[in-house]
Design a protein around this ligand. Structure first.
Ligand code: SF4
Length: 451
């Protein structure tokens, strides 16, 4: 088969970003090369997200965009992958005559074979079965990009929590952990290919291994094994669920030098009645106790969260409880969204839906408060010195390099020295901005080899 080019478009979360990396690796394994020009691609992959209605609509507008591309190139293969593919299955082929392959979340490994079959036989295919094999989640075998120092590593797929608003259990299936040895093998391989920072991915990472029963290691054992890898500098993980994030994980974070001082712990709402209706399986006070324990053992840790406003039945008082929670915890950063109905979820049938106008207004209030909190945090860091793992060498007229602190803050800094990627350097913070920090490289930290 003649190799060609592929174009890939990704919507949604880090999990999807990593799935796209795996799909790219698979396409490159059959000698396809990436193009950023969708009009000339031989294969277009749309990797979709179904978490919010908005992301789902994007898929159909993207397909509309490719109508002309298909007219210009009748041999173009269009693949819809990810959660919308999983949700819609065959219906997607009926809804859009442009789609050649509907590739479900467990079928990523089938991508090269299916693309070649479609190019050869011009058939239309749906591949959306759930599988018990989670091996296809690995990216091993394809080298990280030039100057890439951070990588995702999927440790499990799916979720068994069934929060009442969420489609993930339907689109990604139940929790399935990858075997420990397979994860470690991939981590070693990444490190031997220049990766210094690994982010462990899963919908519910602290539940890692529970589905493997006595055969499996738990999340803390996994962290310990990764912490022993020579050459690996930083370990992060996302997403944690408050019900599974416990003292053991906090102790592991506090005692293991490579595990970064940052936790993303989605609270979703500050109201107990909304949390119950969301089926989150924790109360506000249980959540607060965990934050207290974390701050006690890791005082400088950054804490981030997710918030949903306008969940069905959310009263003004429920919303005020969320606002006061943000005010009390003072997260470093939050990701906040308006509730949107997702098909097949329990909340789809809940009464008392909140109007769009109220949702919009509540979201704006959340943004306003959090922007203030984040800006204050960043301002308080001015004149301090932070440790940055450099991800991008100086570029542009002002020679700005960039990287992140262990607490996951983005730092852009002036550097007269090039070739810093992969080094951990010290940076003096000059200015705390809304979404990042601006600083200056402390050159003496390089000279003293304190990197
Ligand atoms: S924990 Fe809840 S919100 Fe998170 S993926 Fe699972 S069902 Fe969805």
């Amino acid at each position: 088969m003649t190799p060609g080019t592929y174009y890939i478009e990704t919507y949604g979360c880090q999990m999807n970003v990593h799935d796209s990396e795996i799909m790219s690796a698979l396409m490159e394994s059959i000698d396809f090369s990436l193009t950023t020009d969708e009009k000339t691609a031989d294969v277009v992959i749309i990797n979709t997200c179904a978490i919010r209605g908005k992301s789902q609509h994007k898929v159909y507008s993207a397909l509309g965009r490719f109508r002309q591309t298909r007219k210009n190139n009748p041999n173009l293969v269009i693949v819809v992958a990810g959660c919308v593919a999983q949700q819609e299955r065959e219906a997607l082929l009926k809804k859009s005559e442009l789609v050649d392959l509907v590739l479900g979340t467990h079928q990523i490994a089938e991508l090269p074979v299916m693309v070649e079959k479609i190019r050869r036989e011009r058939v239309r295919i749906t591949k959306t079965d759930f599988s018990r094999d989670v091996q296809s989640l690995g990216i091993k075998g394809v080298h990280p990009k030039k100057n890439q120092v951070c990588s995702f590593l999927t440790i499990m797929q799916g979720c068994s929590n069934f929060c009442s608003y969420c489609v993930v259990p339907f689109t990604r299936g139940p929790e399935q952990s990858r075997p420990l040895d397979e994860i470690l093998e991939e981590a070693h391989w990444l490190v031997s290919n220049g990766i210094k920072e690994i982010t462990l991915l899963g919908q519910n990472v602290n539940a890692y291994g529970l589905d493997l029963g006595s055969r499996g290691a738990g999340f803390c054992t996994l962290l310990e094994s990764l912490n022993n890898i020579i050459g690996l500098q930083r370990i992060r993980f996302t997403t944690s669920h408050p019900k599974d994030f416990d003292e053991n994980v906090i102790d592991a974070m506090a005692s293991m030098d490579k595990v970064c001082e940052h936790i993303h712990l989605p609270i979703q709402s500050g109201s107990d009645s909304i949390l119950e209706s969301m089926r989150r399986k924790y109360t506000k006070s249980e959540y607060f106790s965990k934050i207290e324990a974390l701050r006690d053992k890791l005082p400088g840790a950054a804490i981030t969260t997710d918030i949903i406003v306008g969940f069905p039945g959310e009263t003004e008082q429920d919303f005020r409880d969320t606002i006061s929670t943000l005010d009390q915890i003072k997260y470093d950063q939050i990701f906040s969204f308006k509730y949107s109905v997702r098909p097949r979820t329990a909340a789809e049938t809940f009464p008392d839906h909140v109007s769009e106008d109220i949702k919009k207004d509540r979201l704006a209030q959340v943004h306003e408060l959090q922007d203030k909190i984040t800006s204050e945090y960043h301002k308080s860091m001015e004149a301090s010195t932070v440790e940055v793992l450099v991800e991008k060498d100086p570029s542009g007229p002002s020679g700005q390099a960039s990287g992140r602190t262990r607490t996951n803050k983005i730092v852009n800094f002036e550097s007269p020295i090039t070739d810093l990627v992969g080094l951990t350097v010290k940076v003096r913070i000059l200015e705390g901005l809304k979404h990042s920090l601006r600083g200056k490289l402390l050159q003496e930290s390089l000279n003293k080899k304190s990197i």
